[in-house]
Design a protein around this ligand. Structure first.
Ligand code: SF4
Length: 364
């Protein structure tokens, strides 16, 4: 697998999806049986993944199955939840205790781990030992919004690998710079993003938006740049992504990325059930047989316009879904299915950042 490759798979069966991603990227070639492999999900809070904050346990289970099938068995799951929750509680509530027992894999609570002091990039940081001493580090973040940094995914998920005292200090430092520096000091070999149903507005969940995909990348900066675009942000919107690039952690050059969609023409439309905040946004949409991957991107895009105070300036009908194929409609179409609308955005599914730009061009 090349550093600029990004693999994407759509669907609703996480175990099978993640195994297919790993197989296609031939990750087993990078690891040998003597290597200590750590899996770092996002268990920031003790809430089940369906609420949009934490990593879907089936994704981690699929990774373990894949590793075991290739005789790669020195695996552990590491995490340090946020200061307001105990990691042990999160392991239990989020379904990781079951995985640990089923596969005989240790759960390592980084809130109770020792630390090592590092200083690449000009600032002294403390990083938990079990994270830093891994031979192969697989980061498994959730793609979701964040109330302070707007977006959280690969780079920010590493914040679970520092002692609680450092978490407080990072907030005092404004988050962006220490997050970029942390990525400079903590080598990640692979990122597998849970983009099944991350939260619309907050890192702690409550407003999940179905996006029905898992993404695999080697370069965490490139992966974050791509994932930010899926919820309507450009790299300029997320300061720590650009800072990480300046520190040579990776590249933001999405134009050079090799995006490999394993099943681009997804046809598994599901009925999207918007939760709380998304209900207001869903009122703007006329949908018929829309795939969740498409619809979720539109919800994120409308939320960006709402944040900009422009939502009410969309006065034309917005159509989305397979039900509009070949139908001639007056209004704005989202996705290739709506190509007969008077104005439409191609893509199957289109990225939220492209939807944002398309809608901005069509404000009244
Ligand atoms: S363009 Fe149509 S087929 Fe493609 S993701 Fe959107 S709704 Fe589904």
């Amino acid at each position: 697998m090349q550093k600029n490759d990004i693999y994407v798979i759509y669907g609703a069966n996480p175990i099978q999806m993640v195994k297919e991603l790993l197989n296609n990227a031939q990750i087993e070639r990078e690891i040998n049986p003597s290597m200590k492999i750590v899996l770092k999900p996002n268990l920031v809070v003790a809430k089940p993944s369906k609420e949009g904050a934490t990593t879907t346990p089936e994704i981690v289970e699929g990774i373990i199955q894949y590793l075991f099938e290739h005789n790669l068995k020195k695996v552990s799951i590491i995490e340090g939840s946020w200061i307001g929750d105990k990691t042990t509680k999160a392991f239990k509530v989020c379904g990781y205790e079951e995985i640990s027992q089923k596969y005989n894999i240790p759960l390592i609570d980084l809130q109770r781990d020792g630390y090592i002091t590092v200083n690449k990039g000009g600032e002294t940081l403390k990083i938990c030992k079990n994270a830093l001493e891994a031979d192969y580090f697989i980061n498994i973040p959730v793609l979701k919004a964040h109330c302070q940094t707007r977006f959280t995914c690969a780079l920010k998920n590493l914040k679970g690998c520092i002692p609680n005292s450092e978490k407080r200090r990072y907030h005092a430092l404004g988050l962006h710079k220490p997050i970029a520096l942390l990525a400079k000091n903590l080598k990640v070999d692979l990122t597998i993003v849970d983009a099944l149903n991350g939260d619309l507005t907050f890192e702690e969940g409550g407003n999940p938006v179905q996006m029905d995909r898992i993404i695999l990348g080697k370069d965490p900066v490139l992966t974050d740049t791509y994932c930010a675009s899926l919820i309507g942000y450009s790299k300029e919107d997320i300061k720590y992504i650009e800072l990480a690039e300046q520190l040579q952690v990776g590249s933001t050059a999405l134009e050079n990325a090799n995006i490999i969609e394993l099943n681009a023409n997804i046809k598994n439309s599901t009925s999207f059930k918007p939760s709380r905040q998304a209900v207001k946004l869903a009122l703007k949409i006329t949908a018929e047989d829309a795939c969740s991957a498409c619809y979720g991107g539109l919800i994120h895009a409308l939320n960006r316009l709402d944040e900009e105070g422009k939502l009410e300036r969309i006065t034309e009908n917005i159509y989305i879904g397979q039900g509009y194929k070949e139908k001639v409609m007056q209004g704005l179409g989202i996705g290739s299915c709506t190509s007969k609308c008077s104005s439409f955005l191609k893509g199957c599914p289109p990225k939220a950042i492209d939807i944002v730009n398309f809608l901005r061009e069509n404000l009244s």
